[in-house]
Design a protein around this ligand. Structure first.
Ligand SMILES: NC(=O)c1ccc[n+]([C@@H]2O[C@H](COP(=O)([O-])OP(=O)(O)OC[C@H]3O[C@@H](n4cnc5c(N)ncnc54)[C@H](O)[C@@H]3O)[C@@H](O)[C@H]2O)c1
Ligand SMILES: [Zn+2]
Length: 375
């Protein structure tokens, strides 16, 4: 559909069906410029509190401000980095909301990547027992994953995302144009979650990525539109069927058991989230093969696709014991035993799988985990 106002190629919005918490995801370009009308329709006319990083404000703040129009609007700046996803930073947001006169009609606008979305969404979830928020994701990872689904959280020194809530946004605006300014490594990190969505639910999308690798990696706008739209469809459908992760939603954690373990051992600045997930998906496929759940081809195709997208598929010499410990203390572990999402084939996975510790260790060592300290 050709959008007359923005003169940009914008398709019909997707809808996340969650009863009175339903919302629309708009995917396209020229969305920042239309943000004011779209937010007013979805979340009313209250004061806007835009939470963003200084760098995003410099690059895209003016487009958004133009789009927001005349409604009273305040910007709250947060430094970049996973460390900002903290209770301390959330408290600073509550201070700023309070000082700025935020009330029950106010709308928090999370304008950034997954860090901003999780942090600002968490702040909105608790402020006055929950005020409206809107996601304007600016990283590929946030557009294809974290901005949809209503999981918001901050990290605890002991574990990532330990303190959080379910709080659905009123609206998601995924504008492809903002992705052009992302650093290469951040863009690639998002591609890992696109591969994940294809691997858990859409073999055809996976095959498309295998042939259109260049367009996907090269940020061609038609490729971005397809990846974001299809990823949001897949995630929205899973969330619709299991909003609070009592079962099915766990499939979205494909690659995350090992991925989170690696992230916490290596440090979030050394390993981007999607990089951990890329390695984790290859590990899961290998574990699945050892358990007779899938053929070797599944792991081979995953590794080949991730490598052609220049994502890591091997563990860079990280100590095995550290990874195993981190996996045991993950909040999805049951009685200290990590749970895995394992592939049956490209496009189909099984959640909640237990795997013998020996098999897990063997796969991690095959992928490069170091056992030196234990010798
Ligand atoms: N809530 C969920 O369901 C969910 C799902 C997946 C990941 N997450 C969370 O998301 C976080 C990771 O998100 P991320 O990968 O987007 O990282 P991020 O938010 O830290 O962004 C990565 C970097 O890109 C910069 N940036 C953002 N947009 C930019 C733009 N348009 N141009 C230039 N630079 C830009 C940021 O300043 C930052 O330095 C993790 O905390 C993870 O736990 C949450
Ligand atoms: Zn993820």
């Amino acid at each position: 559909v050709r959008d007359s106002r923005s003169n940009a190629l914008t398709s019909r919005p997707l809808r996340v069906e969650l009863g009175d918490r339903s919302y629309e995801i708009h995917v396209g370009s020229g969305l920042l410029e239309r943000a004011g009308d779209l937010i007013a329709a979805a979340a009313g006319g209250g004061r806007r509190f835009v939470v963003t990083h200084p760098a995003i404000e410099r690059l895209h703040g003016e487009s958004l401000r133009r789009g927001l129009g005349a409604v009273p609007c305040e910007t709250i700046l947060v430094p970049s980095g996973e460390r900002q996803k903290s209770l301390r930073r959330a408290a600073a947001l509550w201070d700023a909301l309070q000082a700025g006169g935020a009330d029950r009609r106010s709308v928090v606008v999370a304008f950034g990547g997954g860090v901003i979305g999780d942090l600002a969404g968490f702040a909105a979830a608790a402020y006055m027992r929950g005020i409206a928020y809107v996601q304007i994701p600016t990283t590929l990872l946030a557009q294809v994953d974290s901005s949809v689904g209503g999981k918001v959280a901050v990290n605890h020194p002991a574990a990532k995302n330990l303190i959080g809530a379910f709080h659905q946004p009123r609206l998601v605006l995924a504008d492809a144009a903002v992705l052009q300014t992302l650093r290469a490594r951040d863009y690639r990190s998002g591609l890992a979650e696109v591969v994940k969505h294809a691997a858990i639910a859409d073999a055809e999308m996976f095959a498309w990525l295998e042939t259109e690798t260049r367009a996907a990696a090269g940020r061609e706008s038609s490729a971005i539109a397809r990846m974001v739209r299809r990823s949001c469809e897949i995630k929205a459908e899973v969330v619709r069927r299991d909003e609070r992760e009592s079962g099915l939603r766990a499939v979205l954690n494909f690659g995350h058991t090992v991925g989170h373990g690696l992230e916490s051992v290596m440090g979030y600045s050394a390993l981007r989230h999607g990089e951990g997930v890329a390695i984790g998906m290859v590990a899961a496929a290998r574990i699945g093969r050892h358990l007779g759940m899938c053929s070797a081809e599944v792991g081979d195709r995953l590794a080949a696709l991730l490598e052609s997208l220049r994502l890591p598929t091997r563990i860079p010499g990280t100590p095995l014991s550290g990874i195993l410990n981190a996996m045991r203390s993950d909040k999805k572990a049951v009685d200290g035993s990590p749970r895995f999402v394992l592939p049956r084939d490209i496009g189909t996975v099984q959640a909640g799988c237990e795997a013998p510790p020996k098999t897990v260790s063997r796969v991690l060592v095959e992928l490069g985990a170091s056992t030196a300290e234990e010798e």
